[in-house]
Ligand binder design. Sequence first.
Ligand SMILES: Nc1ncnc2c1ncn2[C@@H]1O[C@H](COP(=O)(O)OP(=O)(O)O)[C@@H](O)[C@H]1O
Ligand SMILES: [Mg+2]
Length: 281
Amino acid sequence: MTHIIAIATGKGGVGKTTLCSQLAHYLTRPSTSKRATKPVRVLCIDCAEQASLSFLLLPEYDTYEDMNLEIEDQDGSYMLLDGSDALPIPIKCNDTLDLIPTAMHDFRLSDCMGASNEDMTKARDKVQKIAKTRLYDYILIDTGPGRGRVQYAAMLMADHVLCPIRLENHSASAVAPLIKNLEAIDISFDKQYNLLGIVPMSYGLRESSDSHYIAEQLEAAYGDYLFKNGLPTSKAIMAFHRQRESIWTIRNTQAVRANMEKLGKEFLSRLKQWEKENARG
Ligand SMILES: Nc1ncnc2c1ncn2[C@@H]1O[C@H](COP(=O)(O)OP(=O)(O)O)[C@@H](O)[C@H]1O
Ligand SMILES: [Mg+2]
């Protein structure tokens, strides 16, 4: 079974792309176990016009311009939503991580803002087909800011939604519209969604004095949805954005790895919990 997760929120600059890329690297990190374990196969789908996930996962390109030149004629995430029957062919990032990219400012992805309900249903079927034929364990879909059709479609393609959040004033206000959108999907497409959780991002350093208060408010409002573990602000994450190399292979990233282990474990245990509940019906 493939777990398909969209990373979405109504706000920009919250950490969607960071969370998506870190989870992808976490799930495919080099194994430390002595026992031979089956490698985990992950597909990332970049559904954000900023293309920053594509850029992070394709470090062989020095600039966005270089990347665009190479990938703009290749299959991209727009092919999921263009209403055609064509399936995009993922790019191989490494042995276990693949990517359906987007080129920066790809007009074809912006055109998908006009996707009909049929196009969106088709997009979901296409992702299911890709999951089955290519045997992915996880598909992670990064989305752009705003609450457009493309983000809506990404949530429809997924079984779960992860919502990153900053512990700042008004950041909680991005969660309610997201939940509304998920409920709308439930009604319009008769599809059960699962909000896997709300993940606190970029906190700790130079913490605003009321961030504890905000965390308490979020806990009160969203209870169990709020992840116990998040991704605090760290220099290693900033370095990751600069160097575009996995924290599991860069040196001196033990602290952030330890955080990511905890966050990754919680992510997996929430998926397991959901599986258990769904098996019971
Ligand atoms: N835990 C973190 N530590 C340090 N920097 C972070 C962290 N999370 C996010 N950032 C920074 O915040 C910026 C916005 O994050 P990004 O993931 O691109 O947000 P979004 O995809 O929601 O627009 C990035 O430059 C990233 O380096
Ligand atoms: Mg982003």
